[in-house]
Design a protein around this ligand. Structure first.
Ligand code: NOJ
Length: 551
């Protein structure tokens, strides 16, 4: 497993354990269940799984409110089950990262319980208290739909405490060296168990300072560098992934000079992909590619289409957000905070061509792609469930009871029942059995991506094509160039553009295996609705390819 920079070209798969696979039939997904499904993930081409919080928690924010950093939520199994999972993951030459919530704890955490019961408790200064709720007024409220302030009054202490998320999630006080030390101990504990790293939650908010928006402060970066140093010194090869929903110019600072995070999620690209797919216009995707700063050699972006949260629209203008809401969330129940609480397939009208195009964009752009569980088979959502629960429903394995997720009759975790997305229509088994399913397409794109070194660099050059519906770019490595062309529209489009640097007379579309001809100076062909071409110069005469067009 000693491959330095393994994360730079890995396919990640995000798992909400509670809904993935129930191994002991109590209606809750768990480690035993997931362990049984590792073969499925390996077959899809997943390199690394990311587990949402697995710690004991009152679950007022679905586990992002931790009550004990050193153990496992008993619903998910024992520490031994977890160790077994890690071992089985590694046996398959895959890896596992887990969520680490650094910014806040649950108000049920013994530290907070002790702090609020006694101002002389050593834990009192683990949190941020104030006599007034007027401090740090420039800090925005993130959970806009449920919180009115970042301060909550505590009767017991007769003080306000600071929180950037739900009031049940008091922020830790990073001014306190004891808190910083606690966090390093927690990191050591989990890395000692053999995990491959952390997805670090909500990193921009660790410190507060009057007169600032309390995000991305220098003190925050300084502490994150300490974490990195600690990890590098004690656990080389393990990684830190940054969750900072910020503009690229701010996010890139979290990669530092290869001395903070190894990876950071590319938040701005995601809404632009949805914008492009709806407007059939590549403009904003191209702009985002241009605005994405170069990152240090050992770092990588984490790219994604959807995740366990609402599709956040913080990175677009107010008018664009209104437009995206109108287009993608016409029912107010589909909206949450500044985002849209829906899954990939329903967002894209359950149109397989469009969903495949979204994946083709994801896998052909620079960055390591993250797949959200269930989106590889086109699972639906349930907007009648509260908060973000509607995109966290049980994985649909087959058509048996509870979609094969659990065998109990007492399942409290409702499976999608909307006939269009119900297990009868959408499930793993069906996807695997049908040759042209979404699952097979995703698997194929992953396979090609892994085989093509040009797709594994961060080199990208946009091709200048006037037609806004056609997004085309070159991906390069030292030896080879691939031409990638996407049709963002539902129309058939003939394309013909200058390409003076053609290496070969014939190119092969790696997706369809069809040949396409070139002249010395241009590339010409036809794109079907939502089709992507991943064109590779044909060097040798390979028999068996169908000819599409020869100029
Ligand atoms: C970001 C996580 O993705 C989200 O699910 C959570 O609610 C907040 N951070 C607070 O921890």
């Amino acid at each position: 497993m000693q491959q330095p920079n393994w994360y730079k070209n890995s396919v990640f798969y995000e798992i909400y354990l509670r809904s993935y696979m129930d191994g002991n039939n109590d209606g809750v997904g768990d480690f035993i269940g997931l362990t049984k499904r590792l073969g499925y993930l390996k077959r899809l081409g997943v390199d690394c799984i990311w587990l949402l919080p697995i710690y004991p928690s009152p679950r007022l924010d679905d586990g992002y409110d931790i009550a004990d950093y050193y153990s496992i939520d008993p619903d998910y199994g024992s520490l031994n089950d977890f160790k077994k999972l890690v071992k089985e993951v590694h046996k398959r030459n895959m890896r596992v990262v887990i969520d680490l919530v650094v910014n806040h704890t649950s108000d049920q955490h013994p530290w907070f319980q002790s702090a609020r019961s006694d101002p002389n408790s050593p834990y009192y200064n683990y949190y941020v208290w104030s006599d007034s709720d007027q401090r740090y007024q420039d800090a925005r409220i993130i959970f806009l739909d449920s919180e009115k302030s970042n301060w909550t009054w505590d009767e017991k202490t007769q003080k306000y405490y600071w929180h950037r998320f739900y009031s049940s999630q008091p922020d830790l006080n990073y001014e306190n060296p004891a808190v910083r030390e606690e966090m390093l101990n927690i990191i050591r504990f989990w890395l000692d168990l053999g995990i491959d790293g952390f997805r670090v939650d909500a990193v921009p908010y660790l410190f507060q300072k009057d007169g600032t928006d309390c995000e991305n402060l220098p003190e925050t970066h300084e502490f994150l560098k300490k974490i990195r140093e600690f990890v590098d010194n004690n656990f080389p090869g393990r990684i830190l992934i940054c969750e900072a929903n910020q503009r690229p110019k701010d996010v890139v600072k979290y990669l530092g000079r290869e001395d903070e995070f190894h990876m950071a999620f590319h938040f701005p690209m995601m809404p632009r992909i949805f914008q492009a797919l709806r407007s059939c216009d590549k403009t904003h995707v191209e702009e985002t590619i241009k605005q994405t700063p170069t990152i240090p050699a050992s770092c990588q972006w984490g790219t994604f289409l959807r995740n366990h949260d609402e599709l956040t629209l913080e990175m677009v203008t107010n008018e664009e957000r209104e437009w995206l809401w109108r287009e993608y969330a016409p029912d107010p129940k589909m909206r949450l905070n500044l985002g849209i609480r829906r899954r990939l397939a329903p967002l894209l009208d359950n149109n397989q061509g469009k969903i495949e195009l979204a994946y083709s964009l994801l896998f052909s752009l620079p960055g390591s792609p993250f797949i959200y569980y269930g989106d590889e088979i086109g699972m639906g959502d349930n907007i009648s469930l509260p908060d973000r629960d509607g995109v966290r429903t049980p994985m649909q394995w087959d058509t048996t009871l509870n979609a094969g997720f659990t065998k109990t009759n007492q399942n409290n975790n409702p499976v999608i029942s909307d006939p269009e997305f119900a297990p009868a229509m959408v499930n793993v088994q069906k996807n695997i059995n049908e040759r042209h399913s979404l699952w097979h397409k995703v698997k194929r794109l992953i396979k090609i991506r892994k085989k093509e070194p040009a797709l594994q660099t961060n080199e990208i050059t946009l091709l200048n094509i006037e037609d806004k519906r056609v997004l085309a770019f070159i991906r390069t490595n030292a030896c080879e160039r691939l031409i990638i062309i996407h049709n963002l529209s539902n129309s058939r489009i003939d394309f013909n553009f200058d390409y003076p640097a053609a290496e070969a007379k014939t190119y092969i579309d790696l997706i369809s295996q069809i040949e396409i001809g070139m002249t010395i100076a241009s590339v010409k062909g036809t794109l079907e609705p939502y089709q992507s071409l991943w064109l590779k110069p044909k060097k040798r005469n390979i028999l068996g390819y169908k000819k599409l067009s020869i100029i």
